[in-house]
Design a protein around this ligand. Structure first.
Ligand code: SF4
Ligand code: SF4
Length: 102
């Protein structure tokens, strides 16, 4: 009801989504979320988590707690972040540790 009483709602640019196939219904994301932005729902395969986009603030707390990597920030998945790191720090430009002289 609070949401409906406002003229405008500002949502985070980064919000979570759950890969239903990876979710094991442990509830860790729900416990971690301070905004009540994750909830369970029933599927033919059992209970799964899902994010409520309008409530999600994109802080990523749930991502760190998920044991299977099922819940991720859209556009900031682990793979996407690792790719950005690879581009920013290509292996050929990373200084290797000097070998110890004997
Ligand atoms: S990113 Fe933050 S606000 Fe969004 S669902 Fe996860 S814990 Fe909740
Ligand atoms: S923490 Fe991960 S596996 Fe557990 S309920 Fe949330 S999305 Fe599913």
């Amino acid at each position: 009801m609070t949401l409906l009483s406002k003229d405008q709602i500002t949502a985070s640019g980064a919000i979570c989504e759950v890969n239903e196939r990876k979710c094991v219904s442990c509830g860790a994301c729900i416990a971690a979320c301070k905004y009540g932005a994750v909830e369970f729902y029933n599927t033919p395969e059992g209970r799964r988590a899902r994010a409520v986009p309008v409530l999600c603030k994109g802080d990523g707390l749930c991502n760190r707690r998920c044991p299977t990597g099922a819940i991720q920030l859209k556009h900031f998945t682990d793979e996407e972040l690792l790719s950005q790191i690879d581009v920013a720090f290509p292996a050929e430009k990373v200084l290797q540790p000097a070998k110890a002289s004997v």
